[in-house]
Design a protein around this ligand. Structure first.
Ligand code: MN9
Length: 288
């Protein structure tokens, strides 16, 4: 389960329905062109929190059908509705997903006992490997070293998708849990995390910048930091431009420019303006 995973984008039509052909093309592009090692399905980048349970299941099915066993697949099932999370965890496990992941429960400011209960309910429901998804900037949930440790005590928990700029905590986790998989979640911090010896990374921009990201990761592992720093600089010029223009919309527009039917983002995400579309193409021409 090491390596670079794209946080997979999903193609939707203007009404918000899944565009199956487009989704299959995005999966293929990730495998054939971006050369990623795996896909993280129905994460933030997949607009997971904007879609129905049926849509989540359909996406799990389509992605598995298209990717087969060619790359590793992680199914993000986290939901404020624990029953839905359990239902999705069972569904993805039956489809032979390599691992399940769930975002920390958010919005209601749950205490750690409640967070643990949420995770153990999902974990107890399936026989599959499990990856915690920690993204404090969006969830407001900050877990400390001891709390990660309590979750890691369960053998099914094989790792964490660590999407935070806290390199002190990342180093402590790495040191304390050499046997767990730690995935860096911020693409713009890939090199810094790789220097701390993470096992891989999961990111949205890898959908289009996968090959360069993989080089950064591999160069860092070989200790070739100067070369890796150069590539991180180019990546971060790209990522800054994408963030300024609208993250998911711009990645979709870049994919469209490459001939992929990447479709639209779900409401309430807005569509790019005409100027935004041109900007996305310019970004692709400059960096990809
Ligand atoms: O999955 C992604 N997080 C979100 C990780 O989209 C919330 C990242 O890949 C970021 O999109 C990326 C840009 O900030 O690092």
């Amino acid at each position: 389960m090491k390596g670079l995973f794209s946080a997979l984008m999903c193609s939707f039509d203007e009404q918000g329905n899944i565009d199956e052909k487009g989704l299959r093309e995005i999966v293929r592009y990730n495998i054939d062109v971006s050369k990623i090692d795996g896909l993280y399905v129905n994460g933030s980048t997949g607009e997971n929190f904007l879609i129905s349970t049926e849509q989540k299941k359909r996406i799990f099915e389509i992605v598995k059908d298209e990717a087969g066993d060619s790359v590793k697949l992680i199914a993000q099932v986290g939901s404020l509705n624990v029953d839905e999370a359990v239902n999705l965890a069972k569904f993805a496990t039956d489809l032979n997903y390599d691992a399940i992941s769930a975002v920390t429960p958010f919005y209601y400011k749950f205490d750690f006992e409640e967070i643990k209960d949420y995770y153990f309910t999902i974990l107890d429901s399936v026989d599959n490997d499990f990856i915690i998804y920690s993204i404090p900037a969006l969830t407001g949930v900050n877990m400390n070293l001891e709390q990660f440790g309590e979750l890691f005590e369960n053998e099914k928990v094989i790792g964490v998708k660590f999407t935070a700029p806290d390199f002190f905590l990342l180093e402590r986790l790495r040191h304390a849990y050499p046997e767990k998989f730690i995935y860096s979640g911020f693409d713009e911090m890939l090199l810094s995390a790789s220097v701390l010896n993470v096992d891989g990374a999961i990111g949205s921009t890898f959908n289009v910048n996968g090959q360069r990201a993989k080089q950064i990761f591999e160069l860092a592992q070989k200790g070739k930091i100067d070369e890796a720093r150069e590539l991180q600089k180019v990546s971060n010029d790209l990522i800054s431009a994408i963030l300024d223009n609208g993250l998911y919309q711009t990645i979709k527009e870049i994919l469209k420019y490459k001939g992929i039917s990447a479709g639209f983002c779900r409401k309430p995400m807005k569509a790019l303006s005409e100027e935004g579309v041109l900007k996305a193409r310019e970004i692709a021409d400059t960096y990809l």
